[in-house]
Design a protein around this ligand. Structure first.
Ligand code: SAH
Length: 341
């Protein structure tokens, strides 16, 4: 796929080499540019000290494709949330989540989100546009620069629905993998699931981790929580996931938000287990992170444990994800870009 963007970030080594040659420079400058963009995180051509001064002056403010950090907030658990302003003034969020062994970046794929899940702050905010490839890659470079540490994992779990911006997301995955050397298995694409799109993603045959936001154990409940579920019956969604596994030979993670009294009862766990029996999958339970615009409650640890026990009794692989970043409104579902605290 040839990028038609003017910005340099987002281009492959080949494309950068072509670009420097168009500028009358020798081909090896393409390799230098590639290294400065993707390894050193150059924010402007001006700072690429291996380039001749005269050429750098001529290039002036040629767009590299980096965003500006508008605001940064550090949560008590060391998670950092960034508000980044894009070229057109729109603002997105990215989150850096450090542990001793990993530095994970939670990236946005859209400005806002059109899906409007009832429990998600991004959905309540509305939708502006898809992100371009370089605007996704930039988030990873920004977090890497701010932590002064290599990013090891990237999850497409920030603002937006990745499968509504499939081309840019796939290009970003390729850049993160080939140009920034993050292994595909350390990249996670999380989706609400959309008709035809799961198969389209599968056909790219990536080795990324694939996560589907199931969140409900039956169709009626799912439609209440996720408006787009109306046009995608659970049965079809699960059938497409089976096909995804057959094509990519990778298991699927099912994300399941726990909303007290809504979808966290033992009967829901049994219903869920019945759907997933024999599936090459893993269930990731996400206790609800409170948002102002919704009235749901997070179940206590006992209820969460009970739900998990039922699944385990049915031999379903399951774990609980307690989101990091709650103290900075940076946890799953809390990204909205207008609210800082
Ligand atoms: N659009 C993608 C990415 C969304 S964010 C998707 O639907 O998968 C990543 C996860 O956080 C999704 O599973 C999403 O449903 C979940 N989430 C959204 N709001 C949440 C909240 N308030 N508490 C906990 N998880 C939430």
């Amino acid at each position: 796929m040839i990028s038609t963007e003017k910005t340099l970030l987002g281009k492959s080594l080949e494309e950068l080499t072509h670009w420097v040659q168009q500028q009358g420079q020798p081909a090896y400058r393409g390799k230098q540019l590639h290294q400065w963009l993707y390894q050193k995180g150059a924010r402007s051509l001006e700072e690429i000290s291996v380039f001749p001064k005269l050429w750098r002056n001529q290039l002036g403010n040629y767009p590299v494709g980096r965003s500006k950090i508008n605001y940064r907030i550090i949560s008590p658990d060391a998670t950092r949330k960034y508000l980044l302003s894009l070229d057109d003034g729109l603002i997105i969020e990215a989150v850096g989540i450090p542990t001793t062994k990993r530095l994970t970046v939670c990236v946005s794929s859209q400005v806002g989100c059109p899906i409007a899940c009832d429990f998600c702050a991004t959905g309540k905010r509305g939708y502006d546009r898809n992100l371009k490839t370089h605007e996704i890659v930039d988030q990873v470079l920004t977090v890497q620069e701010d932590f002064q540490r290599r990013v090891s994992h990237v999850v497409f779990m920030g603002m937006g629905e990745p499968l509504l911006n499939l081309e840019a997301v796939i290009s970003a995955v390729k850049i993160l993998n080939q140009d920034m050397h993050i292994s595909q298995r350390s990249l996670t694409i999380s989706t609400v699931g959309l008709p035809q799109k799961i198969i389209r993603l599968a056909n790219h045959n990536l080795q990324v981790t694939f996560a589907v936001s199931l969140h409900a154990s039956n169709q009626v409940l799912r439609e209440k929580l996720i408006p787009s579920a109306i046009s995608y019956p659970i049965k079809q969604l699960l059938e497409d996931c089976r096909q995804y596994i057959a094509i990519t030979r990778r298991r699927v993670t099912f994300e399941y938000i726990l909303l007290e009294g809504v979808n966290d009862l033992p009967k829901h766990a049994i219903e869920l287990a019945n759907h997933l029996r024999g599936f090459q999958s893993h269930v990731n339970l996400i206790p609800y992170n409170p948002i102002e615009e919704a009235n749901y409650k997070r179940p206590n640890q006992q209820k969460t444990q009970n739900f998990m026990n039922v699944l385990q009794q049915h031999k379903i692989a399951v774990s609980v994800r307690y989101s990091r970043g709650l103290g900075a409104n940076a946890a799953c579902g809390q990204l909205q870009s207008s609210r800082l605290f």
